[in-house]
Design a protein around this ligand. Structure first.
Ligand code: 2NE
Length: 276
């Protein structure tokens, strides 16, 4: 793709291809792409801009690299150097856990998010890759949790959704033992969709994205909401129902209700059958 910068940020890069793709990259390679509140704030902004751009259907979410020492990272989780006593401190000293906001944004984005994981996806970074709709790993990818070692945990999607993806046994192992898993192990447990050589990661991600882009945007957004509804309780059902409402607005039946109100008359739904 002909990537063009689509915004000026400090901790991330946001680029668009002009033909349906966006690429959002964590850009703190010397910190193994660990996120601080500003990083997360910028990611939320970029993902929200993707949401509002009707020309974009697929986002590639990745980590810039390698670092000066040659090491690749997707994301090493929350930046422990700004972790205060009550959360990750922003520039004004407020303690935050705003990565949870980002999780919800990725989850409910009515477009496809593909994680491209080169190197480390650890802690909150592992959870971010998990929340993407699809995940492609480079052969050097390393996955794991560290929370019980560094005094943290993610008991939301990081635990419950992980268990949905890899099963209860494996999810408990991942969190209780804090081991690291290579790309082949991640593939075997269903944590990623495919493993490719590092040099092919972006090309493969773009190929997967372009396949998605050939398909019906409405079918894809309804399917994503349906998958979420199965796991996300009432918030998931809200998303799926929202897609149904969007579709209903486009019918003459839905529009008659609006028109009747604006024209100060009773609505006439008589032309609409009570279908089986
Ligand atoms: C990722 C890993 C395994 C890489 O190891 P290695 O040996 O390749 O690199 P090194 O030397 O550890 O790291 C390179 C530089 O990046 C910094 C390091 O401090 C080091 O900086 P300098 O000493 O060169 O100045 N760095 C790496 N990860 C960082 C981090 N998360 N925060 C701040 N600085 C970091 C290895 O670096 C590692 O294990 N990193 C820590 C992984 C971790 O425990 N993450 C936090 C988990 S908790 C979390 O993310 C979370 C949650 O549980 C719930 C909600 C929200 C977040």
């Amino acid at each position: 793709p002909n990537w063009t910068s689509a915004g000026t940020y400090t901790d991330i890069r946001f680029e668009t291809s002009g033909d349906g793709l966006a690429r959002i990259s964590l850009n703190r390679p010397e910190k193994r792409n660990a996120f601080r509140p500003l990083t997360v704030q910028e990611l939320c902004d970029a993902f929200n801009r993707v949401r509002d751009d009707p020309s974009i259907g697929v986002v590639l979410f990745t980590g810039a690299g390698p670092a000066a020492d040659g090491v690749w990272s997707f994301c090493a989780g929350g930046d422990q150097s700004v972790r205060g006593d009550g959360g990750y401190l922003d520039d004004s000293g407020l303690p935050r856990l705003n990565v949870l906001d980002l999780q919800r944004i990725i989850r409910s984005l009515p477009k496809v998010v593909i994680a491209l994981v080169a190197g480390y996806a650890i802690g909150g970074g592992q959870v971010l890759h998990l929340l993407c709709d699809l995940s492609l790993a480079a052969e050097n990818a390393v996955f794991g949790q560290t929370g019980p070692r560094v005094g943290s945990f993610d008991g939301g999607f990081g635990a419950g959704y992980l268990a949905r993806v890899v099963g209860q046994r494996k999810a408990r192992e991942i969190w209780f033992l804090c081991r690291r898993y290579d790309a082949a192990q991640a593939l075997a447990m269903g944590l990623v969709n495919a493993v490719v050589p590092l040099e092919d990661l972006e090309r493969e991600g773009v190929a997967w994205a372009r396949e998605v882009l050939q398909h019906s945007p409405t079918a894809i957004r309804c399917l994503k909401a349906a998958f979420n509804a199965e796991t996300d309780g009432l918030a998931g059902i809200q998303e799926l129902a929202g897609q149904a409402t969007h579709l209903f607005y486009r019918t003459s039946e839905g529009q008659e209700g609006r028109n009747a109100f604006l024209e100060k008359r009773d609505p006439d739904f008589s032309g609409n059958a009570w279908l089986p």
